[in-house]
Design a protein around this ligand. Structure first.
Ligand SMILES: [Zn+2]
Length: 194
């Protein structure tokens, strides 16, 4: 297992559409394991492969992990690995949630999405699955599927606000703020990270 470096926006790779995975082999299973480790290390709840520079249609999520008080480490909750995910139906309503993203550290914005989605995907055994997700998991999975299509959450907000956030991140990147961000990232609100 390995902790992989996370790309920070703005980055042209984050705007690139990821490719379908045809063969689910050991390298994909290793990638999923590394993505979980990277996500937990950053106290996130979801991660798409493109965020670690791999342009393949795979995402991982766990919105129920907890910090073990005595150890200070993370105890995993319900883990999902979605390969080639497709939203085949949504509830059509407007649910607002304040989202964040591991690729946009410490930036949050309200995004409107359907509160429930039905998703078709393949699991790590290559089996086709169909499942309905609601609550935080629905928000998170839609956010991660966006990543696979080259979309980040600020693409859903006003261009004025988006430009402000991206300018701030550009400045911070230039100043080297994220060079050691695994040691000094801001805790709290971790539930919004994806
Ligand atoms: Zn994200």
């Amino acid at each position: 297992m390995a902790i992989l470096p996370i790309l920070i926006a703005p980055d042209p790779i984050l705007k690139t559409k990821s490719e379908r995975i045809d063969t689910i082999d050991e390298s994909i299973r290793q990638l999923a394991a590394d993505m979980f480790e990277t996500m937990y290390n950053e106290e996130g709840i979801g991660l798409a492969a493109v965020q670690v520079g791999v342009l393949k249609r795979i995402l991982v999520t766990d919105v129920t992990w907890r910090t073990r008080e005595e150890m200070g480490d993370i105890e995993s909750g319900e883990q999902y690995v979605l390969i080639n995910p497709e939203i085949i139906e949504d509830s059509g309503d407007e649910h607002v949630y304040k989202e964040g993203c591991l690729s946009l550290p410490s930036q949050f914005s309200e995004v409107t999405r359907p509160s429930e989605v039905r998703v078709r995907y393949q699991d790590l055994d290559g089996k086709s699955q169909e499942q309905t997700f609601d609550g935080l998991l629905a928000t998170c999975i839609q956010h991660e599927i966006d990543h696979l299509n080259g979309i980040i959450f600020v693409d859903h907000i006003s261009s004025v606000k988006r430009d402000m956030i991206l300018r701030k991140l550009t400045k911070q990147k230039r100043a080297g703020v994220f060079d050691h961000h695994e040691h000094d990232h801001v805790h709290g609100e971790h539930c919004n990270h994806g």
